[in-house]
Design a protein. Sequence first.
Length: 345
Amino acid sequence: MANDVGMEGGNGVAKEVREAVKRCEKQIVDALQNALSATAMADCLREVSMMSDRLLASLSAPMAEGSGDDSAQGATDGMAGTAAAAAATAATAAAAADGGVDESSPPRKKRSRASLAMIEAERVLASEDERSALNGGGRFEFDSVAEAVADIAAGKFVVVVDDEDRENEGDLIIAAEKMTTEQMAFMIRWTSGLVCVSCTQERLTELELPLMVEANTESHKTAFTHSVDFNKGTTTGISAHDRALTCRALADRTCGAGDFNRPGHMFPLRYTETGVYARTGHTEASVDLSTLAGLQPVAALCEIANDDGTMMRRDDLSVFARAHGLKMITIADLIKHRREVEMRE
């Protein structure tokens, strides 16, 4: 009986989702025909996203009770199909946002609209069968460190998690010299927003950046230095454009101490020599990954957060990584990889 109630509720919400998808498709057509802005598309994306979440919630209770019958499985399959339809519509809206905006609009505004649409599309694209497997206790398999290093070299983000008995958090990490405005905007959107940049002591000495405090009482002794903003081509320093520029400048050895204002909106961190061998933190992991990728030993990092402001843990991080096509590794595996590489050398 409980399963029947759950099925009815799920089917009801599924119908609402299908209707929302149809409304979204109509708004896209209207927007393209009438050369409207992307506002209507953004509204419909939010509606489809919300309805998809409701669909998932409506089926979670009966599935959590351990039902293994064919009807429950059918409901799950239907849910996945409906979510796929929502994702396809979201992707269409994103493409329309890129091409449907008046070409006379300022380039930055055009990119911003498209980026917002793509973020919503990517979130919906997290497949429901993958969510179900993870929530049902399926063990997530981490990616290889070699794959992560290749992505770092290519200027992509990777997700790095530390030990569950340490911070038990995951950081978005990218080589500082590869950071773009769009990537900084993505990082700010999905993290705590306090973007840091790991640097070696040698680089910090060049930039005349001392530690923020002499007596560090922070629980993991994270070595913050004075905060900075690059002072060429920036305004207040807080925008994604300005922070990305500061990030790249910190990795640029032609930039010196006089090229930065203090205080600022980017937070350099001092890397511990020998890296993850000496300290199993994200600061050391980020620099080690950049070094392994053959890039400057400077990397941007920030903790990935849920929408309610809490930190994502491993199951949530694995869903996030798959939804955004990112490699996800552990610091423990990074230590093993470094040893293997160094033994071969």
